[in-house]
Design a protein. Structure first.
Length: 438
């Protein structure tokens, strides 16, 4: 990997792309440290220091995706999360709404239209999430155990609230624009790169917090164990993310005029983890809803106490079991809506393709569904186990739920890293291919 980066910097056009990407990353991290107007920065730092090493709370997932900017209440506090949510919603609606499905089939023009809808929805979600964050900060619920939590936003006027919401929404639009710039003029997928940087920003701090809280040999034993577990998890994630079932496909020869077309062999790659990190995000978001209802309702009824006791702390058996089952369910759900065996079978039949030993048409669709269900089981169980590592770390080492080697963070870091390195290597091969005749 290091050799590929060294060769990339020796290639002028690739070097420009890498330096442009690094410049965007610097701007993104700079914006993650500029506070929103109307926020008392000193009180925010006091609350952040008091909350260090504790559970990330209800906003742990969003804070991780913003690189810690959410709890700092900066202009990039919402980070890339509204865009991710909007993309997922549009992807789900494409299956439900025929108009969106037709746009998807139109090719590049339809994709551009869906991208435009995604941007509009991102702005709407940013306004909604920004309003919720400002309201939570004003009431002091953002840092529940902080002595000055209610003084984070001293001015409670409507004008200040509107300015804060508009600033956060504008920050989200800037982040979305920076991500698209990286995609067009840099290396890799811009949104994925910014997500990678947001998670990696708190990586060293989370590791060092484990060492500081350790009790054996000054915390170095716990630190070493976490590093070993992390390396084993990275190897496991790389192995599973690269694993795929290749279904062979044969295309029959066709005579068009005097020329023969087809007669080639290829395959359909079905990944073991076809759903990626989406089920973990869905399950985490859904489990936040009951705790949010209890927090904002302020109820002291029996149901509220039961939810607070069983579904707020991540190390409770009820929480662990529900989290695992939700991940498995959403893995099957997302695969079912993102991969359509009937559509694949129809396209194969249209172009004269068939799976050896399987008749074209409906038998092919049934065979693809059968194989997909078989490989989704180990993929969903793998996702559930990976996502539970932060919970086990919380119980074993006293780490917070943004444990660096677990769940969403490790899946995104490894996945984005692999895709970026592959893209760099492919571009290097295009520029340095010597051919058969030298």
């Amino acid at each position: 990997m290091l050799t590929a980066f060294a060769r990339a910097f020796k290639t002028p056009d690739l070097r420009k792309k890498l330096l442009f990407t690094l410049g965007i990353i610097v701007l993104f991290r700079l914006g993650s440290h500029i506070p929103v107007p109307g926020v008392n920065y000193k009180n925010v730092q006091i609350c952040v220091d008091q909350a260090a090493g504790q559970n990330g709370g209800l906003f742990g997932l969003v804070n991780m995706f913003s690189g810690g900017a959410l709890l700092q209440i900066t202009i990039f506090a919402l980070g890339i999360m509204p865009y991710i949510t909007a993309s997922i919603i549009l992807q789900l609606l494409t299956v439900v709404i025929p108009k969106l499905e037709n746009l998807k089939k139109e090719g590049q023009s339809g994709t551009a239209k869906i991208t435009q809808y995604t941007r509009y929805l991102t702005v709407a979600l940013a306004i909604l999430q920004g309003t919720g964050l400002v309201a939570t900060a004003r009431t002091g619920a953002l840092f529940q155990n902080c002595s000055v939590a209610s003084q984070i936003v001293p001015d409670r006027s409507i004008f200040t609230t509107v300015v804060m919401v508009v600033t956060m929404t504008a920050g989200t639009c800037v982040v979305m624009w920076l991500g698209e710039l990286v995609t067009d003029r840099g290396i890799g997928n811009g949104m994925s790169i910014l997500m990678f940087i947001s998670i990696a920003a708190g990586f060293i701090g989370s590791l060092w917090a484990i060492k500081e809280q350790g009790k054996i040999a000054g915390g170095w034993v716990e630190f070493g164990v976490v590093i070993l577990v992390g390396l084993a998890m990275v190897a496991l994630v790389v192995f599973v993310e690269q694993a795929q079932r290749r279904i062979p496909v044969q295309y029959a020869k066709r005579m068009i005029g005097r020329r023969a077309y087809g007669g080639t062999s290829t395959y359909i790659p079905l990944k073991v983890n076809q759903a990626g990190v989406i089920p973990v995000i869905f399950a985490s978001s859904l489990l936040y809803i009951p705790a949010l209802i209890v927090q904002f309702s302020g109820s002291q009824a029996g149901w509220a106490k039961w939810i607070s006791a069983h579904f707020v702390k991540g190390d409770h058996p009820y929480y662990i079991a529900t989290y695992f089952l939700l991940i498995v369910f959403f893995a099957f759900f997302y695969v079912a809506i993102s991969f359509n065996p009937e559509e694949v079978a129809d396209n194969m039949k249209k172009y004269g393709g068939f799976i050896p030993g399987i008749r074209a048409g409906r038998p092919t669709a049934e065979y693809l569904s059968y194989v997909l269900n078989r490989i989704t089981w180990p993929g969903s169980l793998y996702l559930g186990l990976i996502a539970l590592v932060p919970t086990m770390a919380l119980a074993g080492f006293g780490a917070n739920q943004n444990f660096p080697f677990g769940g969403t963070s490790i899946l995104i870091i490894v996945g984005v890293g692999l895709e970026t390195v592959k893209q760099i290597e492919s571009q290097l091969q295009q520029r340095n291919y010597e051919g058969f005749l030298r």
